[in-house]
Design a protein around this ligand. Structure first.
Ligand code: ATP
Length: 455
């Protein structure tokens, strides 16, 4: 069975995981809307992440910072000045590329293009006749700097002073609140500040469904620590990141660490966790040692001290930061790709089934009356179960077809109401993965489902 992105996208559209953004207006490129089952899956992924990295971590605290921040934040972070990466447009097909990544792809990573000046980049591309990867032509614009931040304006006057940006990363919300959180929680280093929220990037090469979009959610935490413990914490966070990826159902053989060879000048170490998507090995998650760069920059630009006061030694210092960051949408995509399966059944049919971890599945249970005249009892069972879990109810079509629908959206359990149910209050419970069926008392159902969906 070949898992292709097209199969995943088609299933997502037909079953209500994800729809193209603004579809009735022919869409809006690289925006996607989560549908009824997609929003459940994404919320469950966010909940599992928060449980792991905030609830179960004794020294971790959540925040939910504003998307619009004082523009000085983006001066301190370097986003305003750096104006992004060196970009070139293909004049023929109008696609935009990063000049350094064109060279790296062409030289198979043997040329360190990131360190080159614009003139050197242009000369290399010309000398080696590097053509457009999209249309194959050699017709480039000169290199231009391109700001990946979406700009908007505050107030009615479009003067420069009113320019604000949609945040391109969530982490600045944690950095600016570092001392607020520390003061109100009385946290001692090492401690983490975590956040889940939207980020916006005017990406030059968006695409591949949810993989790279212009609006996406990030789930990330920053661990503030002493520099002498920082590598130990970096390693610990790497291990925790891998464990989480495995726990949401990604297979070990589809995950790997990828250390960065080139580091930012302030960084001691950086690595990604890559996942084997149908498009190949790609970054899922980053773990970066950021030194004292971010807090020092905010100290410089805001004029406010970002120092931590050690309550025992009375020592004052700017902590080192270890960053963990993962895209919620990119993780949804990985989870969907991993879960997708086509099974050949003994009767010669193929069943499409999403083997989602039960804790992540949009619906935990589907309640299915065998026949329509059993719907009163079935609705009673549905009302009972839906007080505890997201449940689906379906009485249309043959029972076989209804099972298939639930398999395709990854519902781990189907509860069937038949005529015996009216006599003895038992139901048939069918397992999505094994297709095995058992008979269970209705009053045992809640516990049975609880046990099945633990994360
Ligand atoms: P890339 O190299 O893929 O552009 P990045 O190194 O810029 O990613 P970070 O800034 O470290 O990414 O962002 C952290 C995480 O946010 C990434 O690992 C990824 O999961 C997610 N992410 C980043 N950009 C996008 C995007 N445009 N669409 C969806 N998810 C994204």
């Amino acid at each position: 069975m070949e898992k292709t992105m097209d199969k995943i996208v088609n299933l997502c559209k037909s079953r209500g995981f994800v729809f193209p953004g603004s579809e009735i207006y022919n869409g809006f490129a690289n925006t996607w809307d989560f549908g009824p089952v997609g929003v459940e899956l994404k919320n469950n992924i966010k909940r599992a992440w928060w449980k792991r990295f905030v609830q179960e971590e004794p020294n971790s605290y959540g925040v939910d910072a504003a998307i619009l921040m004082n523009p000085k934040v983006w001066e301190a972070s370097g986003h305003v000045q750096s104006f992004g990466d060196p970009k070139m447009d293909c004049k023929k097909c109008k696609q935009r590329f990063r000049a350094d990544t064109l060279i790296e792809a062409h030289s198979k990573g043997s040329v360190a293009a990131e360190a080159m000046s614009n003139e050197e980049l242009e000369k290399y591309i010309s000398d080696h006749h590097i053509c457009c990867p999209h249309c194959g032509n050699f017709d480039w614009t000169p290199i231009r700097k391109f700001n990946p931040m979406f700009k908007t304006s505050r107030g009615s006057l479009e003067a420069e002073a009113d320019v604000v940006y949609l945040r391109p990363e969530t982490c600045q919300g944690e950095y600016v609140n570092f001392l607020n959180v520390q003061r109100t929680t009385r946290a001692k280093v090492p401690f983490s500040i975590a956040q889940i929220g939207k980020s916006f990037r005017n990406e030059i090469t968006p695409g591949n469904f949810l993989f790279r979009t212009i609006e996406f959610e990030q789930m990330e935490f920053q661990t503030f620590c002493r520099d002498e413990n920082s590598m130990e914490i970096y390693e610990k966070n790497k291990a925790a990141a891998l464990q989480f990826a495995k726990d949401v159902g990604l297979k070990e053989e589809n995950l790997r660490f990828h250390d960065h060879d080139k580091l930012a000048h302030y960084a001691k170490a950086a690595c990604d966790i890559q996942y084997k998507f149908p498009i190949g090995w790609e970054e899922l998650n980053g773990i970066h040692h950021r030194g004292t760069w971010d807090l020092s920059r905010h100290q410089e630009f805001s004029g406010k001290s970002m120092q931590y006061l050690d309550p025992v030694s009375n020592e004052k210092f700017v902590p080192t930061v270890i960053e963990y960051s993962i895209g919620a949408d990119r993780l949804v995509l990985a989870v969907l790709c991993e879960a997708y399966d086509e099974e050949n059944l003994e009767n010669g049919e193929t069943r499409v089934v999403m083997h989602l971890h039960p804790a992540l599945a949009p619906y935990k249970v589907a309640v299915l009356p065998l026949q329509k005249n059993l719907s009163e009892k079935a609705r009673e069972v549905y009302a009972h179960l839906s007080k505890h879990f997201m449940c689906d109810y379906d009485e249309a079509g043959s029972i076989g077809k209804r099972y298939r629908r639930q398999d395709e959206i990854g519902t781990p359990l189907c509860v069937t109401i038949d005529f015996d149910t009216l006599e003895d209050n038992t139901v048939t419970v069918r397992d999505r993965d094994s297709m095995q069926q058992i008979r269970l008392q209705i009053d045992k159902l809640v516990q049975y489902v609880e046990d099945k969906i633990k994360f």
